[in-house]
Every structure is written in structure tokens, then in C-alpha cells.
Design a protein around this ligand. Structure first.
Ligand code: 13P
Ligand code: SF4
Length: 302
């Protein structure tokens, strides 16, 4: 089936089932194009928490659909590709976290939303790349275990006098971007500013004029007077940048920054999931209740 036909069928089925399609900024262009709401991890969480729809179709990765189901347990949350995982979320297990907690008694556990529901359930508060510093600052504890992304933890540590203990996880898509690659692109576009995602390594962030979440980078691209911007994050963001600011030029710091699992979901998968009402993501109450506390605490911070 052609893209146009698939899109029409998806829209009609969403209407019939009182559904909503949420898509992350790293999704394929055609998926972002028909989504009812596109956003970064924080924006998508807010949307999942407040939607009146009965069915949420999540074009993203597993932890995102899980978070939507935790926040709206009465709704059906569909993840069209059940195999869409997150390599960063997979860098920590509950057993490893419990061991770490024993090493630092009394420390608060801040978990990046890119983590499993079980990890959230064993943590004190969630954060995303958009609110990590605010979340850390909101805590009474002086000592904070920040899991699972070490780069985000080290970045947040620069803006607080709290003692941050980073976990050693990383997102391979962002971790693989090297300072040499950034410098080479900068040399080809002299004077262009460089905006990077905090999942990039510290040496890359040092080269950045702006560090922020995907929505932060999009906002920054609109605000600056410059017509060219180099960006260090997954290439899916280009759809938003080009659509919103057609007169500007956007240069990826590396063409290799593609998250394979974010790109799995096709229009065909979305239509199939809506037709079958499967695969659905459901979190058992024993994990959902403490995980929701962790997410709600973050949403209250904003
Ligand atoms: P944000 O959506 O918070 O920018 O995070 C990017 C990401 O890696 C999501 O998987
Ligand atoms: Fe996970 Fe990185 Fe892909 Fe985001 S870009 S889903 S953090 S592997």
C-alpha cells in the first residue's frame, strides 16, 4: 500500500477507536508527519498523562510505551514494534541498581526516563534530558545516584553542588560521536553554531554552543539568527528542523547518528497494530505503582 493510503487508513482507524498517535522526534519522517503529537521524551510523557483518548499508539521505543501505560493504566497502549528497545535502558538491571544503592546508603536515585519500568520502580524520581538539572536541584539529598546515562549525569553535575554518582551506561548513537568528527564538520562550516544532546560524551559537549534535549535543540534552532546549525543528535530531528525552519540549513555532526530501533516502526506496523489492537504494553501493578510515583514526582517538577 502507498504511504498516502496507509496514512488515510491510520487516521480513519484512530478516529474509529478514539485513538491518538504519539511519535518521538527520532521516528521516520512519514510517521512524524501523521502523528497527533510529536515530542521529546518529556513532552510525550505529559501528553500520555493528559490525553482523553482510549488508545495510545506509541511510535517510539519500549520504555516510552511503558511510561505511557504507567501514567495512563486504564488506556490501551500499543507499541507497533515490540522489538523496539533502547540500548541505553539495557545497560542497567534491578540487581545491579540494588547493589549500587547499598554502596551509597541515603543517596537519592534519579533515573533517566530511558529505563525499564522495573528500574523506575526501584528509583526515587525520573528525569529526562529536558529537566535533569531541575530534577536534581529539587531533591533534599546531597548525594545522588544518576542512572543509567553517565554522560547526562556528568553534564547535570556541572550545574549543581550535589555529589552526583554516575552510572556507566551510554546511548551508542550519541556516545559514538567523536570530537574529531565535530571539529571536521565545524571546519567545513566556519562560524556555524553546534547544538548537542546531553547524551553525547563530555568532550563533544565541550565543543557545543548549546546543549539540550531534542525539543531544546529545535527551540534553539528557531531562536538563533544564524542560517546554518550543526546538530549532534539522531537524524530524525531533521524532519522537525526542516519543516519548522525551511529557510535554514541543518548539518548533522555525523551521518551515522541513526537509532536503528527508533527507525523500526513503519506506517504498515502502525496500521497493523491498530487493526489487531496488539502488541499492547501493560505493566503489572507491583511495578506500575512505584514506577508511577517516580514519574509523577518528575512531572510535578515540570
Ligand atoms: P529526548 O527525547 O529527551 O531528547 O531524548 C532523546 C532520546 O534519546 C530518546 O530516546
Ligand atoms: Fe535509546 Fe539512544 Fe535510541 Fe534514544 S537514541 S532510544 S537513548 S539507543
Amino acid at each position: 500500500m502507498e504511504h498516502a493510503d496507509l496514512k488515510e487508513k491510520i487516521k480513519a482507524t484512530l478516529k474509529e477507536k478514539n485513538g491518538i498517535l504519539l511519535a518521538h522526534y527520532y521516528q521516520r519522517d512519514e510517521v512524524q508527519e501523521i502523528a497527533d503529537f510529536t515530542g521529546d521524551s518529556l513532552g510525550l510523557s505529559f501528553e500520555a498523562a493528559r490525553t482523553k483518548a482510549d488508545v495510545i499508539v506509541f511510535a517510539g521505543v519500549h520504555f516510552m510505551a511503558e511510561s505511557a501505560s504507567i501514567l495512563s493504566p486504564e488506556k490501551t497502549v500499543l507499541l507497533p514494534r515490540f522489538d523496539a528497545g533502547c540500548a541505553l535502558a539495557d545497560t542497567i538491571t534491578v540487581e545491579a541498581l540494588e547493589k549500587e544503592k547499598k554502596k551509597y546508603p541515603g543517596a537519592a536515585v534519579v533515573t533517566y526516563i530511558n529505563s525499564s519500568a522495573a528500574i523506575k520502580a526501584a528509583s526515587d524520581i525520573c528525569c529526562t534530558s529536558a529537566n535533569a538539572v531541575r530534577v536534581v536541584q529539587s531533591l533534599a539529598e546531597k548525594r545522588v545516584l544518576m542512572i543509567p546515562d553517565g554522560n547526562l549525569a556528568r553534564y547535570a553535575a556541572k550545574f549543581t553542588d550535589k555529589e552526583i554518582i554516575p552510572w556507566g551506561g551510554a546511548c551508542p548513537v550519541h556516545q559514538d560521536l567523536t570530537p574529531a568528527e565535530v571539529l571536521a564538520v565545524k571546519a567545513r562550516h566556519p562560524g556555524a553554531k553546534f547544538a548537542a544532546h546531553p547524551e553525547c560524551r563530555e568532550e563533544v559537549l565541550k565543543l557545543a554552543d548549546f546543549v539540550g534535549s531534542t525539543s531544546g535543540i529545535i527551540e534553539y534552532a528557531g531562536k538563533i539568527g544564524d542560517t546554518t546549525l550543526i546538530f549532534g543528535t539522531e537524524l530524525g530531528i531533521l524532519y522537525q528542523l526542516r519543516t519548522r525552519y525551511p529557510a535554514k540549513t541543518f548539518i548533522p555532526a555525523s551521518e551515522k547518528m541513526v537509532c536503528e530501533t527508533m527507525k523500526l516502526t513503519t506506517l504498515g506496523d502502525i496500521l497493523k497494530a491498530l487493526t489487531d489492537m496488539a502488541p499492547a504494553v501493560k505493566v503489572p501493578a507491583a511495578i506500575r505503582v512505584p514506577a508511577k510515583r517516580c514519574l509523577d514526582r518528575m512531572l510535578a517538577v515540570g
